[in-house]
Design a protein around this ligand. Structure first.
Ligand code: NAD
Length: 263
């Protein structure tokens, strides 16, 4: 994608105060898009992120919508439309994890993961689609996971939500197939963000290993490459999906996972 190819476009990226969402928001800002950030964090940290993105030449705002609350999700889309005039790109990225076998899995964690990792993408898409279809241009990029394609034990809610998100991606793509709006999913393998850092620490504590040993073991058992994927690499794929070259890519689940799901 050429420099500032997204100038004049507006992107909403959910869960963009950290990790993959922040990496994608930064890539979109660098490509010239206005960005509505979303996610939790202290005000000083969010202010710092806003200044960093604005320094790339983007117009930046933050909306604190809680992705468990449908009315707040819709209000976030309305706020972006009011602030920037449109929502052209929607990246449904916010997500959380909880690890436990089904029989011990807390019901409230099941509900929370389904609402943040799956339902919020439905509510945000529902709110953004009318404007995208009316303008005949839009890009919805759902951040699913390798766990949207394959399963692992102890991640029932996460795997169910991510498989569901891949399904939602296909339906939205089919419903918009005759328009300039596309919807695709990205399925990352392991990315070393706070979400995964927590799992490495839990593994190190449970198995009496160092953080470094647990980190290598975690990535090594899933990725033939033995390397983590980075937020910057995922941002490049999201930018491709926003480009003219991806106009006929519709309803796909694109893995970037160090070879995990090729096995
Ligand atoms: P992260 O913990 O670094 O960031 C999560 C973001 O979501 C933060 O900005 C947080 O504030 C926000 N968030 C959490 N709950 C929210 C809520 N209720 N409302 C609004 N925002 C909320 O996580 P990450 O690793 O960057 O994950 C981002 C996405 O990528 C998730 O959907 C995750 O499932 C997916 N993913 C991550 C990996 C990985 O290895 N890290 C792999 C595959 C997929």
């Amino acid at each position: 994608m050429g420099d500032r190819a997204l100038a004049g476009r507006t992107a909403v990226v959910t869960g963009s105060t950290s990790g993959i969402g922040l990496g994608i928001a930064t890539g979109l800002a660098r490509a010239g898009a206005n960005v509505m950030l979303n996610g939790f964090g202290d005000a000083a940290e969010i202010g710092r992120i806003k200044r960093e993105l604005a320094a790339l030449g983007a117009r930046v705002a933050h909306h604190g919508a809680d992705m468990t609350r449908p009315a707040e999700v819709a209000a976030m889309i309305e706020a972006a439309e009011a602030e920037f005039g449109a929502v052209d790109i929607l990246v449904n990225n916010a997500g959380i994890q909880h690890v436990a076998p089904v029989r011990d899995f807390p019901a409230e964690q099941w509900e929370r993961i389904l609402s943040i990792n799956l339902s919020s993408a439905f509510y945000a898409s529902k709110a953004a689609l009318p404007g995208m279809v009316a303008r005949n241009w839009g890009r919805i990029v759902n951040i699913a996971s390798a766990h949207g394609l394959v399963a692992s034990p102890n991640k029932s809610a996460y795997v169910a939500a991510k498989h569901g998100l891949v399904g939602l991606t296909k339906v939205v793509a089919l419903e918009t197939a005759k328009t300039g709006v596309t919807c695709n999913a990205i399925c990352p393998g392991w990315v070393l963000t706070p979400l995964v850092d927590k799992q490495i620490r839990a593994r190190a504590a449970a198995e009496g290993k160092t953080y470094e040993a647990a980190r290598l073991e975690l990535v090594g058992e899933k990725h033939p490459s033995k390397e983590f994927v980075t937020p910057e690499q995922l941002a490049e794929l999201a930018l491709f999906l926003c480009s003219a070259g991806a106009a006929q890519m519709r309803g796909q689940a694109l893995a970037m996972d160090g070879g995990w799901t090729a096995q």
